[in-house]
Ligand binder design. Structure first.
Ligand SMILES: [Mn+2]
Length: 316
């Protein structure tokens, strides 16, 4: 039976590895300080996260469909658009996030921990240091995986805090070949197991709102150029099919190329909806005239793509 005092720690909808890692590691930390905390998520974990959970033998977070009436700490997100359904009818007692702080109302503003780290897992790691809680191997492993996932193996958005956390966590997690570990993680995410196209589309899907304008971005991953195009075409079909249901003005898809070959490391985007193609081309000027926007390298949705789109939304 769940008691009224239970606190759930949860990441965003369609959780990625960083979100799940934060929920699990922060709930563990709270339990060590005498708080009855449980890691939760609004849906099943993705293939990359499952690989990490299996590797360290950690159970997946409990799945909760609706937040109403429960107590939460939110990690790796802070807007209602990305939160579990019913979060506006829940009690949110804290936030740990490395994105711009969103619109979620928190009982006590003092309980917002926010810094521009490459991964929210880095902020959770810092909480272990603040509270003097010993990090066991499995918790080190999951936080390390969260950092590796959000920074693409320490190649993107890495701050000094991420680097410090990474070095300490690698030691505790005892992973001999970290590059191989990361390759297995990213290989798992690009395999998509036996997910159908619609599930792949929603596996890393986020919705944004600014100045009354809404847009969504789905990120998918492929391992080479050919797969980028092939997966891209399938995702575009899902976007068109689902567009009405998404209730957004514009829909975007990012296709990352996880190839190790630098020359191949192009990123693609696609756009659909209310002049979305013109809109995106106005920002990046890289439309191929058919369907794809071609970028010379993989860019971060969080730090590059979303801020660029938001800026234009606010000015038009
Ligand atoms: Mn994150």
């Amino acid at each position: 039976m769940e008691s009224k005092q239970d606190i759930y720690v949860t990441g965003h909808r369609n959780p990625d590895t960083d979100s799940v890692a934060c929920a699990i590691a922060y709930a563990y930390l709270l339990r060590q300080t005498g708080v009855n905390a449980t890691a939760a998520s609004s849906g099943p974990v993705n293939q990359e996260t499952q690989f990490v959970l299996d590797y360290f033998n950690i159970p997946a977070p409990v799945i909760i469909d609706h937040a109403e009436g429960k107590k939460f700490i939110l990690v790796d997100h802070s807007s209602y658009a990305q939160a579990m359904k019913g979060m506006d009818q829940a009690e949110v007692i804290g936030i740990i996030d490395h994105h711009q702080i969103g619109d979620v109302e928190v009982v006590n503003q003092g309980n917002i921990i926010d810094a521009p780290a490459g991964a929210a897992s880095t902020l959770v790691f810092l909480q272990y240091q603040t509270h003097g809680v010993v990090i066991p191997r499995d918790m080190a492993g999951i936080m390390l995986a969260g950092i590796l996932s959000d920074t693409r193996n320490m190649k993107r958005n890495v701050t000094k805090e991420d680097q410090d956390a990474y070095e300490k966590l690698v030691e505790i997690a005892q992973i001999k070949d970290i590059d191989a570990f990361y390759r297995n993680m990213s290989g798992a995410i690009a395999s998509y197991g036996n997910l159908c196209d619609k599930d792949i589309f929603f596996s890393d899907y986020k919705k944004y709102e600014t100045d009354g304008k809404t847009f969504c971005i789905s990120v998918v991953n492929a391992v080479n150029e050919e797969q980028c195009r092939e997966l891209g075409d399938r995702m575009y079909a899902v976007l068109i099919e689902e567009f009405e249901n998404l209730k957004t003005d514009m829909g975007f898809i990012i296709i990352n190329n996880l190839s190790d070959d630098e020359k191949e490391n192009k990123m693609y985007m696609m756009a659909y909806g209310n002049h979305a193609e013109e809109f995106l081309n106005g920002i990046f000027h890289n439309y191929d005239g058919e369907r794809y926007f071609v970028f010379a390298e993989n860019l971060s949705r969080k730090t590059t793509i979303v801020p660029a789109i938001m800026k234009v939304c606010r000015h038009t």
